[in-house]
Design a binder for this molecule. Structure first.
Ligand code: PLP
Length: 539
């Protein structure tokens, strides 16, 4: 697509005022507008996609504008339409930049639809908006979807009208989010009540709705390529199941997901294409990343639903706000313990803290894949290859993608293969994060003890977090207000639960018929050529 072509089309009512002074100006895109941005009747511009960032920079001077891609007969690629809509918010959208340093920023919509930045980095917001403390103090009176709107909308600016965003979130979060007291002020946040019974539903459902919304606006379709260590695949598959403008290809490590995790992906059919990969989650993730930057696949319109997509992280900031609002006094700082694999969940929490959530510290609890706890101790990062097989299988990650984001948050720079080009501020990290690795033996013991001592039924991932919290409290002293995240329903891991507690966890209604449904999936070697051959079918 070239810079040269610009097609003017007639009239849409563009309001010509500056945001701050409400002053009329003669030309909304200003005199410095490059010649290839043509204007017609002060209102509508049609240009190639390449100009989007330029317009977005300048669009901040406009008053209540709306931008969307449109098709124009005879025009190669997409054109950009700018028009006014008085129901839109006045905020300009936050720009997202690649952790690999590409100078061009994009707005949330582009970052969401692209998934990964073109230079293989991950998108991070240029600035993290803060939520005023007064508003956070109102959260105890607000519902989950209402809090979600306050947390997510600052990143969207005017890209989604408020009414539409509220509707989407109301629809996405139609299940309960219990904060269960274990003892004293120690709580378990249960994130397992969504349709696929893991915390991945929180992100997938909001993201699915936002992607749908933007695709409809643009009349586009995409192919979502996602790697899963067990739970992302099913959450994403369910969030997009049956849609005609989205196809989902899910790569999962054949031997490292439980039967029920696999069945949640392989019993849907329709637009969902599961691929059992001979390899590990890290292999699946590497294959997906390679496909994203393969120019021969560019016509597929690939996007990602892994936590490499920023669209996953923002909804994951919400439940930290929600959980604290249910248990803490107005000025109370809380501790969160987060079971961590690819570090997307933790990044949601860190975004929440940077947005103003009063948090004393995050316990970052990994299984025996302890590359991050070791980095926190030594300052030296070394991925674990291959990753170790632990019973908290969804956290068997030897090089977490989101470390690139974590490092950038603390002033460092890590590239996509885990090379540290700039060290982050380790002392600031150590102040915010307490990293701990939990063995399988401790995980099993924790499942048993949490049940016998507190009547709290945990599955292996939640048990890693709970064990991490207990370790923190022993080492650093007791703290009022601790919330440990339980990220999946115990019924997804029946064997381990029966072994530790003697209890066969009841199947939640969402999984009730799962064991009876017929499965359909393909198998694939763990090499890129096989994936590419598979994807060529979608051309
Ligand atoms: C049940 C469960 N808990 C914890 C995690 C770890 O989350 P993250 O990869 O965002 O660190 C996962 C990730 O797949 C998961 O499925």
């Amino acid at each position: 697509m070239g810079l040269e072509k610009a097609i003017p089309i007639p009239v849409l009512n563009l309001c010509r005022r500056t945001r701050h002074h409400q002053r009329h100006i003669p030309d909304p895109i200003s005199a410095s507008c490059p010649p290839y941005l043509k204007q017609s009747n002060h209102s509508l511009y049609c240009i190639s996609c390449h100009h989007m960032p330029y317009v977005l920079r300048h669009q901040t001077i406009l008053y209540k504008t709306m931008i969307e891609y449109i098709d124009i007969p005879g025009f190669p690629g997409k054109a950009l339409k700018i028009c006014s809509d008085l129901s839109f918010k006045t905020m300009s959208p936050i720009q997202f930049f690649s952790t690999n340093g590409h100078p061009q920023g994009v707005d949330f919509k582009a970052a969401l639809l692209m998934g990964q930045a073109p230079d293989k980095g991950l998108f991070m917001p240029e600035k993290i908006p803060t939520i005023p403390r007064k508003l956070i103090d109102e959260f105890p009176k607000m519902s989950y979807p209402e809090i979600a709107r306050e947390v997510i909308s600052p990143y969207l600016g005017h890209l989604v009208p408020d009414r539409d965003l509220r509707e989407m979130l109301q629809d996405a979060y139609n299940y309960e989010v219990p904060v269960e007291r274990a003892y004293d002020e120690k709580y378990v946040l249960r994130l397992d009540r969504g349709p696929t019974c893991s915390f991945k539903d929180f992100a997938a459902r909001a993201m699915g709705r936002l992607i749908q919304y933007f695709l409809k606006q643009e009349g586009r379709s995409i192919l979502i390529l996602t790697a899963t260590s067990g739970d992302t695949g099913s959450a994403v598959a369910h969030a997009f199941f049956g849609l005609d403008n989205v196809k989902v290809v899910v790569l999962f490590p054949e031997k490292e997901v439980t039967d029920r995790q696999r069945r949640q992906m392989t019993t849907l059919g329709s637009n969902i294409f599961p691929l059992a990969v001979e390899g590990k989650f890290d292999d699946c993730q590497a294959l997906v990343k390679q496909a994203f930057v393969d120019p021969e696949l560019s016509q597929l319109n690939l996007s990602s639903a892994n936590s490499i997509n920023i669209g996953r992280l923002l909804p994951q900031a919400v439940y930290y706000f929600y959980a604290r609002s249910r248990v803490a006094a107005p000025d109370q700082k809380v501790i969160f313990s987060v079971p961590s694999g690819n570090f997307g969940d933790l990044m949601g929490g860190l975004l929440a803290m940077k947005m103003g959530l009063p948090v004393k510290r995050f316990v970052v609890a990994t299984n025996e894949n302890d590359e991050f706890p070791r980095f926190m101790q030594t300052g030296f990062y070394e991925p674990i290859r291959p990753s170790k097989n632990c019973i908290s299988n969804a956290m068997n990650v030897g090089h977490p993608s989101n470390l690139a984001r974590l490092f950038s948050l603390y002033g460092g720079q890590m590239d996509e293969i885990g090379r540290v080009n700039r060290q982050p501020d380790l002392s600031a990290m150590r102040q915010d994060l307490y990293a701990v690795s939990i063995t399988d033996e401790e995980t099993r013991r924790t499942i048993k003890e949490a049940f016998s001592q507190h009547k709290v039924l945990l599955e292996p991932h939640g048990a890693v977090a709970w064990a991490g919290l207990m370790r923190y409290l022993q080492r650093c002293g007791d703290w009022r207000g601790c919330i440990s995240l339980e990220t999946a329903d115990p019924a997804k891991f029946p064997d381990e639960i029966v072994r530790a507690t003697g209890i066969n966890p009841p199947l939640p209604p969402a999984m009730a018929r799962l064991d009876e449904l017929e499965e359909s999936f393909e198998k694939m070697d763990g090499d890129y050529a096989s994936l590419k051959a598979f994807l060529r079918r979608f051309f």
